[in-house]
Design a protein around this ligand. Structure first.
Ligand SMILES: *Cc1c(COP(=O)(O)O)cnc(C)c1O
Length: 356
């Protein structure tokens, strides 16, 4: 492929491939041999390179460490039966990275830089993309400030890095959740819509409190009334109430525009499902749980695709949801999405980027 992006390549002399246990992959713990790096300085991105994955040298005054100017993405590549590399909706991740970047005064990463860097990295680490059923390569692009200066202003220097992790079949264990009505993840006008590092730091403490009570995750509500269910903090949340699929709209600045969310909504509409993008209130959820009208609840996100919710705590009351039957909506959607991602089904949406 002809490209204007000149990428310098330094291959590792000590590949970890032969010593990696692909039977016991823990999410995010096994990292592939190489990473892609670009530096931003003097107003432009320069110095594009693929290097062995290795620690970075940072000055203690590094701006990110103090003020958190850092945004990231998460996406996946899959191997088709024929051995091609299929990357799912990378264009959407590139756009979202820049939406997040803009909110934090981080320079945008041009599309060609993002795509050429990604393709080169996956070409070099091609053997790290597992070709086993249900496995994939998790891809982590991120941008962070590198000025060494204690003063609150946008940094002048940044790094854009992509590294990858092979991940095993995510046996999505059903999750238990608690509706949170005291703490907030995001507020109107804030950074909730951005994949900004600080959002996750602020979520840890409230999450640790519900985990102590035995729940896996919390369901955030809006920061003002605590009546509207927003999302779960790493996943968007969907409910099937009677025959309608509900999920929070993207009309506030508090919801992360999940690419899995968008894919599920697209497929749901094509299947003829009623879809409503609007907030479900805590009271509505409670009523639907009481009356049995809540048929399914699940989270959507790149890591698990669909995470079935087996228990919801609302106002200190636990409600158990039925096991996920094979004729359920979320089961069908998961099958459909997996078929597209692994190239078993025709990609009619232009979601797959194929590398030879
Ligand atoms: C990443 C993320 C999601 C899921 O987005 P996907 O693009 O589907 O992976 C949902 N909510 C938050 C807060 C997230 O950070």
């Amino acid at each position: 492929m002809n490209t204007t992006i000149d990428i310098k390549i330094t291959q590792t002399s000590t590949s970890k491939l032969s010593t990696t246990d692909f039977d016991n992959l823990q999410f995010g713990q096994t990292i592939s041999d190489h990473m892609f790096i670009a530096d931003f300085k003097d107003g432009e991105w320069t110095d594009f390179r693929v290097e062995p994955y290795a620690p970075l040298m940072l000055n203690p005054a590094n701006a990110t460490l103090h003020y958190g100017q850092s945004v990231f993405e998460g996406m996946k590549a899959y191997k088709s039966k024929a051995g091609e590399t299929l990357i799912f909706r990378a264009d959407a991740n590139q756009k979202r990275l820049n939406n997040s970047a803009k909110r934090l005064c981080i320079p945008e990463v041009p599309e060609d830089l993002f795509m050429e860097g990604l393709k080169k990295l996956l070409e070099i680490d091609n053997e790290w993309i597992p070709n086993r059923a249900g496995y994939s390569l998790y891809i982590r692009p991120f941008v962070f400030a590198t000025d060494d200066y204690l003063g609150i202003r946008p940094s002048n220097k940044y790094k854009f890095i992509i590294f990858t992790c092979p991940v095993g079949h995510y046996y999505a264990k059903p999750v238990t959740v608690k509706v949170e009505t005291a703490y907030s993840r995001a507020c109107e006008g804030g950074t909730g819509f951005a994949k900004a590092a600080g959002n996750y730091a602020g979520s840890l403490y409230p999450a640790s409190l519900v985990q102590k009570q035995g729940y896996d995750q919390l369901l955030w509500t809006d920061s003002k009334s605590h009546q509207n269910i927003e999302e779960s903090g790493t996943m968007n949340i969907m409910f099937v109430i009677n025959d309608t699929l509900f999920t929070a709209p993207l009309t506030t600045s508090t919801i992360l525009a999940g690419i899995t969310r968008d894919s599920v909504l697209t497929l749901a509409r094509e299947m003829g499902m009623n879809v409503e993008e609007r907030f479900v209130t805590v009271t509505e959820l409670e009523d639907a749980l009481h009356s049995g009208q809540l048929k399914e609840a699940f989270g959507t996100g790149t890591a698990a695709t669909i995470a079935h919710i087996s228990l919801i705590n609302v106002n200190e009351e636990d409600y158990h949801l039925p096991e996920k039957p094979k004729d359920s909506f979320s089961y069908k959607i998961l099958e459909e999405l997996d078929a597209i991602k692994y190239g078993k089904k025709e990609d009619t949406h232009g979601w797959i980027m194929k590398l030879q």
